[in-house]
Ligand binder design. Structure first.
Ligand SMILES: Cc1ncc(COP(=O)(O)O)c(C=O)c1O
Length: 487
């Protein structure tokens, strides 16, 4: 099926083929050249038509789907969505603004950003999606949270009016210090904690403060794409460093900054052993380098005692511990924080004040402080940890029963998703993703986390699915595999 897209022109403009394909199809939809309801070719056919890999074809469809340009009908195919044509074509004069070098870097990275955005889109109705790891909304303790909010609103008085200082609400900083001391063993002075609008804001500000154009920044590969984007935008040069089953492999890097997730490597789930932690700290000491410890999703640990953060071993003020409430509370809360070495506090607060001279969402910050201090947060973590532990088991059992010849799950004892190596060829992996979508099941391609191409792997978010959904989802994957054998 020929789509008549001027694909080559888009490749020149967007460099990456998946991005070129995405823009070419998007423009054709906007202009009405691909009218609503048009059935688009299967990824295999699309890949052949434009000489791209099947993965690139699938990625462009994923982006279009995430933005609502196309819809997937399980068992039938991919179609142009309704009501899209001609709605937001910018006037010609707006198309090529002259941007700063930073702005240009930002736009170059926009394709990756668009695919990261995919993660917050809803899958088609009836699909079982392992693509996102989320808190099951029905299990959130709303009444306790509501009473914390009402307490914060009622007692805040003038403080709510005037807001909190840039470093965040004092009560929340004290509550976080208490929580970290109690659950993770870190002795923290609340004065060294800065609250951010999500940990991503903290990471970006830290990159702005610590990275000069051309500086090398070590990061895990595979790792979180947001870190790669943040470092590249600050002008830094990412130094992807390999991860094995025990996490980041220490090296004598020529760099002044390293970002690592030692308690639960993102996305593989590996826990960094003590000798490697010591090696990282020795490296930082010898280089006068900083280490950012991204402690994104390790609070739900059902397999024993929480792992002590790297920050606990840091007696020289080299480690910046970054935490987030996005996974433990809910994504829309947007509260993250950093525990800073004393030497960095002033600079970080100044940087924060530049963007937010008054800390936002003081009501939520106050409520969170109350929720933590009254024990609601701890109870919620313990309850969800039990639930997630059971769901993790359910995923392992279902994989053993239906798909042990397709995926090998990494074992883990924390978090909301599992990393799984694909046991067959790359071609078959791309084909299975399509076939699975047609069977009404989705999982995340771990390629998005690989800075240098790695063996095919997937991430299965299980936290939001009950045991029967998990089993059904894995069964659908096995059926999709059988579908493939028939064609
Ligand atoms: C590993 C990791 N670190 C940091 C972040 C940023 O988290 P947030 O800004 O939601 O606190 C994310 C978000 O997905 C992540 O996956």
């Amino acid at each position: 099926m020929e789509l008549g897209l001027p694909f080559e022109t888009y490749v020149e403009q967007y460099r990456y083929k998946y991005l070129a394909l995405y823009h070419a199809i998007r423009t054709a939809i906007h202009s009405g050249k691909l009218p609503e309801g048009t059935r688009l070719p299967a990824t295999r056919e699309l890949a052949k038509l434009y000489g791209v890999s099947r993965g690139s074809a699938a990625q462009s469809y994923d982006m279009l789907m995430a933005e609502g340009y196309v819809v997937s009908r399980p068992g039938s195919g991919t179609y142009v969505a309704k009501g899209i044509a001609m709605i937001d074509q910018p006037p010609a004069a707006d198309r090529a603004p002259v941007l700063s070098a930073w702005g240009q870097r930002l736009m170059e990275k926009s394709g990756e950003y668009a695919s990261a955005l995919m993660s917050i889109q809803e899958p088609p109705l009836g699909t079982i999606s392992f693509a996102n790891a989320r808190m099951p909304i029905q299990d959130f303790p709303y009444s306790e949270w509501r009473s914390a909010l009402s307490y914060a609103g009622g007692s805040g008085g003038t403080q709510l009016q005037s807001g909190a200082p840039p470093e965040g609400d004092t009560e929340l900083r004290q509550a976080i210090a208490g929580h970290l001391r109690f659950t993770r063993g870190i002795q923290v002075d609340p004065e060294h904690i800065v609250i951010f609008s999500g940990s991503m804001q903290g990471l970006v500000l830290l990159f702005q403060l610590l990275v000069d154009p051309g500086d090398h920044v070590v990061m895990e590969d595979p790792g979180y794409q947001g870190i790669h984007r943040g470092v590249s935008l600050s002008g830094g040069i990412p130094l992807p460093s390999p991860v094995d089953e025990a996490g980041l492999i220490p090296r004598e890097w020529d760099a002044g900054l390293l970002v690592v997730s030692p308690s639960r490597q993102y996305p593989t789930g590996a826990v960094l052993p003590l000798e490697r932690r010591r090696a990282l700290l020795n490296w930082a000491r010898s280089r006068q380098a900083f280490i950012i410890e991204d402690d994104y999703d390790s609070e739900f640990r059902w397999g024993g005692k929480p792992i002590e953060p790297l920050k606990m071993l840091d007696d020289e003020g080299r480690v910046i511990f970054v935490g987030s409430f996005s996974k433990t509370m809910f994504t829309g809360l947007r509260i993250g924080y950093a525990v800073l070495p004393p030497s960095l506090v002033e600079a970080v607060v100044q940087a924060k004040a530049l963007y937010e001279p008054i800390s936002p969402a003081v009501l939520e910050q106050r409520a969170l402080a109350r929720f933590i201090v009254r024990g609601g947060y701890g109870r919620h973590l313990r309850r969800m940890t039990r639930l997630y532990g059971a769901r993790y088991e359910a995923l392992h059992q279902a994989m053993d029963a239906y798909a042990s010849d397709l995926f090998c799950l990494h074992s883990g004892d924390a978090g909301l998703h599992v990393y799984a190596n694909w046991l067959r060829s790359g071609e078959e992996y791309a084909a299975l993703r399509d076939a699975a979508r047609n069977r009404g099941v989705m999982f995340r391609d771990a390629a998005v986390y690989h800075l240098t191409p790695g063996p095919p792997a997937a991430c299965f978010g299980f936290s939001h699915l009950d045991a029967s959904m998990i089993e059904e989802g894995v069964r659908r994957i096995a059926l999709a595999w059988l579908d493939m054998q028939k064609t």
